[in-house]
Design a protein around this ligand. Structure first.
Ligand SMILES: C[S@@+](CC[C@H](N)C(=O)[O-])C[C@H]1O[C@@H](n2cnc3c(N)ncnc32)[C@H](O)[C@@H]1O
Length: 219
């Protein structure tokens, strides 16, 4: 009897064709599900960040982390990872002696994961992960900055870093270089590559190109 009912239902399904309205519902449903994953898991906490500045989570590869650390060799002091994800760069930096080692991240799931990793590796209390928008953080206290962000946000970030960082600061970018800056050192290949920049050299270059532009205009 039950088998009969199931067969009847199956037959009814087979008879039904997906019309225009059905197709529209299916598309809307799929779109809504994709949005829910995006907003709820990948990008929660980003409501106040303008769309053009939103960067999704992609973890740095082991080789990328290693290249970033190689470029920071010989340096000490404070370090901030802007968009710290699951905290892997901050944790590695803390293990290499950077203190305070701080990660700024808006995704609460990733912050929990980062804190869990810190606790699991005995680094709880030595690192800190803050739920703050990297564009609103005052970076003037950091001697070392690491970033792995989308190329589209690196141009506006250049301005912020030039305006706020102390003179002896170093910036290391993973995967994508800053568009207008010349790196003092490069480490690794392909997607694992990392670029290092000295803020002092960048400011000097920035000033001299400004001077030559104004000299051209007056002549
Ligand atoms: C490409 S992932 C890099 C994660 C990590 N730094 C790593 O190397 O594994 C970029 C991270 O930046 C975070 N992020 C993007 N925009 C941010 C913002 N305005 N403030 C704080 N975190 C942000 C994202 O949530 C994401 O976790």
């Amino acid at each position: 009897m039950e088998d009969e009912t199931q067969e009847e239902i199956l037959a009814q399904f087979k008879e039904k064709r997906l019309g225009g309205w059905g197709l529209l519902q299916l598309t809307a449903g799929t779109g809504l599900a994709a949005y829910a994953v995006w907003a709820g898991i990948l990008m929660p906490g980003f409501r106040r960040v303008p769309l053009k500045l939103q960067v999704p989570y992609i973890p740095a590869s082991k080789r990328q982390v290693c290249n970033v650390m190689t470029l920071l060799k010989g340096r000490t002091g404070s370090l901030a990872d802007l968009g710290s994800g699951d905290g892997r760069i901050v944790l590695e930096a803390s293990q290499k002696g950077f203190s305070p080692a701080v990660g700024y991240e808006l995704n609460p799931w990733l912050l929990r994961l980062a804190r869990f990793h810190a606790w699991r590796t005995g680094h709880y209390g030595k690192v800190s992960y803050r739920r703050e928008d990297l564009w609103k953080v005052n970076l003037s206290g950091y001697e070392n900055i690491t970033v792995f962000l989308a190329p589209s946000v690196l141009a506006p970030l250049q301005k912020k870093l030039l305006a706020e960082l102390p003179e002896d600061a170093m910036i290391v970018a993973g995967r994508f270089p800053f568009p207008d800056w010349t790196a003092c050192r490069i480490e690794g290949d392909g997607v694992d590559r990392a670029w290092a920049y000295h803020i002092q050299a960048l400011r000097k270059h920035h000033r001299s190109s400004k001077d030559s532009k104004s000299a051209e205009q007056t002549s």
